[in-house]
Design a protein around this ligand. Sequence first.
Ligand SMILES: Cc1cc2nc3c(=O)[nH]c(=O)nc-3n(C[C@H](O)[C@H](O)[C@H](O)COP(=O)(O)OP(=O)(O)OC[C@H]3O[C@@H](n4cnc5c(N)ncnc54)[C@H](O)[C@@H]3O)c2cc1C
Length: 425
Amino acid sequence: MNIPKTSFPRVVIVGGGFAGIMLAKNLKNQELQVVLIDKNNYHTFQPLLYQVATGGLEPDSIAFPIRKVIKDIPNFYFRLAEVSEIDTNKRKIITNIGKLKYDYLVIATGSKTNYFGNTKIEKFSMAMKSVPQSLNLRSLILENFEDALLTSNLEERNALMNFVIVGGGPTGVELAGALAEMKKGILPKDYPDLDIRQMQINIVQGGNRLLNTMSEIASEKAEDFLIHLGVNIYKNVHVVDYDGYKVDTNTDLNFEAATVIWAAGVKGATVNGLQNECIIERAERIKVDEFNKVKGYKNVFAIGDVACMSTNQYPKGHPMMAQPAIQQGKHLAYNMIAEITNKPLKPFVYKDKGAMATIGRNKAVVDLKKIRFQGVFAWFVWMFVHLFSLIGFRNRAVVFLNWVYNYIRFDRETRLIIRPFKKKP
Ligand SMILES: Cc1cc2nc3c(=O)[nH]c(=O)nc-3n(C[C@H](O)[C@H](O)[C@H](O)COP(=O)(O)OP(=O)(O)OC[C@H]3O[C@@H](n4cnc5c(N)ncnc54)[C@H](O)[C@@H]3O)c2cc1C
């Protein structure tokens, strides 16, 4: 990999997401060599992927070059590579561009979509975990309307305008709100010869309420806002099959839909090579102790979504959200520096800063530690938090300008089919 050997211990971080970037940033100016590896040369701000998918933002404004994060830091290296395996005996990682030795290894590979073993749903539904997947979804949504214009078959046209979102968590709710805004403000103008009232947006939620990790009042309000926007909500229903056209559930309900968006679960993006006992079966996350050390290893750590630290308050691990990832990245940097300078380590304690979700234009729900609110003020808070969480001044400026423009003009200018999405046969 062309990384020089130095007298400093080498820390290899796999994953330049929220956790990996925060760790790298906090390790600068230490007697360490830091190598950051990611399969993409950019960091993705996943919370705004749904806006890329619905033509509200350009993909570049929610991605940030990883090389820019570590530029000018001595002893820091970035390599664009996918890690396929870890050899913990030889202290090496194995990637598509070669092998690399480590003294400390940090796995920060995040999570991937969980289809719970249903390969048919995996094949035919759309996921929204990465920039390319969001661009695929954007193309598919627009291609559906182009196709709906061309067909004289009513059933086919309805299926093309029928959107089924599986999962009523923040991703499903935010996407449904954005699609509903498109239905209201943009699609009737773009497709005046189509009856856009026929477009259906459905959320199918397995549990008995939307946003089930937030407060009950947030769930109720989110549901009210979505119903007001014309979204159909089905609770206590599980999607069990989808063949690219027909959606079957575990009840009498079924749909004919050209688009199913799977937002029903994630699992850890683990890497091969760790002992089986380290992996939690259902969520495929890596078991770590309170110092983020992988159980059974001395110099292997895991942080962020992929790590499962079971505590009294969070027996199933911390929520798979940006804040635990950011806080673990920062905390592990503190502990690594403490270890090399022979200072006592501190166990990780998660500071819950709350959760929020936006539902279309002007509406959001916010749960903070001591206060919960919903509506227009919540929407401003949501925008402010997301804007300032983005990495890079340019990205913040571009996103802000896009939002102002879209708000004033009731528009979503990036509804472009740049890279057509080909449906699987
Ligand atoms: C659509 C969506 C909306 C979300 N909205 C919110 C929200 O509103 N608020 C919130 O708090 N959280 C939200 N989340 C969750 C949040 O984005 C994650 O919890 C967070 O990104 C986890 O950070 P991480 O560093 O653990 O992983 P990630 O940010 O996923 O980063 C993992 C990195 O590892 C790299 N990688 C993975 N495998 C390999 C490999 N084998 N080799 C090399 N590189 C690899 C990936 O390319 C990626 O860059 C959302 C997630 C999604 C998908």
